[in-house]
Design a protein around this ligand. Structure first.
Ligand code: FES
Ligand SMILES: [Fe+2]
Length: 346
């Protein structure tokens, strides 16, 4: 497994669970996942288990993303070598009877779990096996995942920049005025003190919704008093964010994986959750489509900024960026990253 990016050396977090795709993308047809400078292959086997394997065939380097499944096992499109779920090659069509399958005929595999509509992969560093359980997301309680509203969007930036974008409430009135709601020029855009809940690998904060004149779909749901209208953002180290919107009794949220490939390529995928419109098919379909449309518009607007941010990779230590109190959650994100990526010398 290579850790080099195509453009510049990048150090990736290791010994952690990454969101690597939405569950619905893992099907019987293998697909390519660009991840940590490598091209991997994802698929779902005959038992319905999601699988993620090295994309390079052990034989002569063909990309297995163009392959297919036979009996639930991955076949290379070049000379038909077949790999079992453990990554070991168990069939070589051109092997002579006196030959046996070489010991090196194997590809590396990842340990996976499915949770919150995402497939999560353990990326080993010092530990080949998981050392912790994927964090819970308590705010999703009472909500349902609507897979038809799953979305993906390719960002032209590093995942640390897309994550910071995803946990920053302050930019919304400026960047997303057209898609989620205008704000008047003299509106108070300060945020009251907010508590950041921080854990080992998480940071979370709640912000009151400041948009005065809401446009778009959201206006239908804007009921409740100020205390019950808020946004929450959760970051789960290293690459998942959970934005939540609550309008009184109505709540919707996304679980987003920022799948890193290089300094200038991050695929963001999102599963969408809500606690309403679960059983009315027509309205449900309409809301799913609206959610996707608005989500993609917002991500396109975000990418317009993120793709040009410099430096491309967030500096967790010694950055010369000037942060203020409203950037509190971003500061927490940097603290978590710094702790894991640049532990202090003992
Ligand atoms: S390169 Fe894969 S079977 Fe030959
Ligand atoms: Fe945004």
């Amino acid at each position: 497994m290579s850790t080099s990016s195509p453009s510049a050396p990048v150090t990736w977090p290791r010994d952690c669970w990454y969101g690597v795709g939405v569950s619905t993308a893992f099907k019987a047809q293998p697909h390519t996942i660009r991840f940590l400078g490598d091209q991997l292959v994802g698929y779902r086997d005959q038992q319905g288990e999601a699988r993620l394997v090295q994309g390079r065939c052990a034989h002569r380097g063909c990309h297995l993303g163009g392959g297919w499944l036979e009996g639930g096992e991955l076949v290379c499109p070049y000379h038909g070598w077949k790999y079992g779920a453990d990554g070991v090659c168990n069939r070589i069509p051109a092997l002579r009877p006196e030959e046996s399958i070489p010991a090196g005929a194997r590809i590396s595999t990842y340990q996976l779990q499915e949770k919150y509509g995402l497939v999560w992969a353990w990326v080993p560093g010092e530990s080949p096996v998981p050392t912790y359980a994927i964090e819970d997301i308590p705010e999703l309680q009472g909500m349902h995942h609507h897979p038809k509203a799953d979305i993906k969007y390719l960002f032209g930036g590093h995942f640390t920049r897309t994550i910071e974008n995803g946990i920053d409430p302050v930019h919304a009135p400026f960047l997303h005025g057209k898609s989620v709601g205008q704000v008047s020029a003299d509106a108070d855009l300060t945020y009251p003190d907010f508590d950041v809940v921080n854990g080992d690998r998480i940071a979370k904060a709640r912000f009151p919704v400041k948009v005065e004149k809401i446009s778009g779909l959201v206006r239908f749901f804007l009921k409740g008093d100020a205390d019950s209208i808020y946004k929450e953002f959760r970051f789960i180290y290293p690459n998942v964010t959970v934005p939540l919107n609550r309008f009184g009794s109505l709540a919707f949220a996304s679980v987003m994986a920022h799948i890193p490939y290089s300094e200038s390529e991050t695929l963001v995928v999102a599963t969408n959750w809500r606690n309403f419109l679960a059983r009315t098919p027509l309205l449900c379909g309409w809301f799913d489509r609206e959610t996707m449309k608005t989500g993609l518009k917002i991500l396109t607007e975000d990418n317009g900024i993120v793709q040009d941010q410099f430096p491309r990779v967030v500096r967790y230590r010694g950055s010369n960026e000037v942060l203020i109190k409203s950037d509190g959650l971003v500061l927490e994100f940097r603290r978590v990253m710094r702790r894991f990526m640049e532990p202090p010398p003992h």
